[in-house]
Ligand binder design. Structure first.
Ligand code: CP
Ligand code: NVA
Length: 309
């Protein structure tokens, strides 16, 4: 049984296979309407149970569409509607019940440990739909988007992240090792990636490039990624943190220090880290990026259900 919890733990060849499958499936849907099912309905009769402990627009809707297009269905739950969330039922019993009714489980949570605990007790695959340390479905889909737009393997590109050291960046760092691309990070000293992730990069004989100067970080970039400075449920002094990032705003001036054809991507939701003219400008591909979540998650589901071609 294959889980999808953290890009670090998934073999690079499996990640590449998921991307290749997503490409074929996306191309073969040109003439199909949103809810029409892919040829062969590979997940016919299957149900994915999704549980959210935090807000979500894209992850929730894109997983719904993904499994529908494969012939299956979803049930979406808020944890506070369950006995688990009310504190009256254990993870072990909840996991047993989810495995009895469902074929797969996707969860968004504030606790990495909870995902590991569910994994221990589930007898169906679990997908991480965002946790404090990882947002793997987002980042794998973003690799797909970069290669789709630039039409080169990501290993040949300079990727830059301007922003906080959060779950999305941790997954992007993992991806930089798995897909062998150069990753430059621009952020204030206080918000650099932590020791754990840096040691993991070192252990894998790779390097990431960290700058406390946004211009240096974007220099020669083919792609600039960003995310909100304040993440969902970030328990910091928000005003102070936003102030610390004041020299890291992505505006046209900063974009002009990157390569001429540099593109801009952002997982959304957004805050003030990017100016409107960049976010809505012609270098930005954020809507295509959001749509691609559907296509890549279909192949992630097939991987987890043991049905990847
Ligand atoms: N990018 C992303 O995961 O969006 P949601 O929080 O809306 O799911
Ligand atoms: N870093 C953000 C990502 C949202 C999709 C958060 O955790 O809120």
């Amino acid at each position: 049984m294959k889980h999808f919890i953290n890009l670090k733990d998934i073999p690079a060849k499996d990640l590449r296979k998921i991307i290749s499958d997503a490409k074929k499936r996306k191309n073969s849907r040109n003439k199909l309407n949103t809810l029409e099912v892919d040829k062969g309905a590979p997940l016919k009769g299957k149900i994915l149970i999704q549980m959210f402990e935090k807000a979500s627009s894209r992850t929730r809707i894109s997983f719904y569409l993904a499994i529908k297009q494969l012939g299956g269905g979803t049930l979406t739950l808020r944890s506070n509607e369950l006995h688990l969330g009310q504190g009256g039922e254990s993870i072990a019993d909840t996991a047993k019940i989810l495995s009895t009714y469902g074929d797969g489980f996707m969860m968004r949570t504030d606790s990495d440990k909870k995902i590991e605990d569910f994994k221990r007790y589930l007898s169906v695959p679990i997908i991480n739909g965002l946790s404090p340390s990882s947002h793997p479905t987002q980042v794998l889909s973003d690799i797909f988007t970069v290669e789709e737009i630039i039409k080169k393997p990501i290993s040949k590109l300079n990727i830059c992240w301007i922003g906080d050291s959060n779950n999305v960046l941790d997954s992007l760092i993992a991806a930089s090792v798995k897909f062998s691309f150069k990753l430059s990070i621009g952020c204030p000293k206080k918000f650099e990636p932590g020791k754990k992730v840096r040691n993991w990069v070192k252990k894998n004989n790779k390097k990431i490039y960290i700058y406390n100067d946004a211009k240096k970080a974007v220099s020669n970039a083919d792609v600039i990624f960003s995310d909100k400075v304040i993440s969902l449920n970030d328990k910091v002094n928000k005003k102070k943190k936003i102030k610390a990032f004041k020299n890291f705003k992505i505006d046209k001036k900063l974009m002009s220090h990157a390569k001429k054809n540099c593109i801009f991507l952002h997982c959304l939701p957004r805050g003030d880290e990017v100016s409107d003219d960049v976010f809505l400008g012609n270098k930005s591909h954020v809507w295509q990026q959001a749509l691609n979540r559907v296509h890549v998650q279909k192949s992630i589901l097939l991987y987890c259900f043991g049905k990847l071609r």
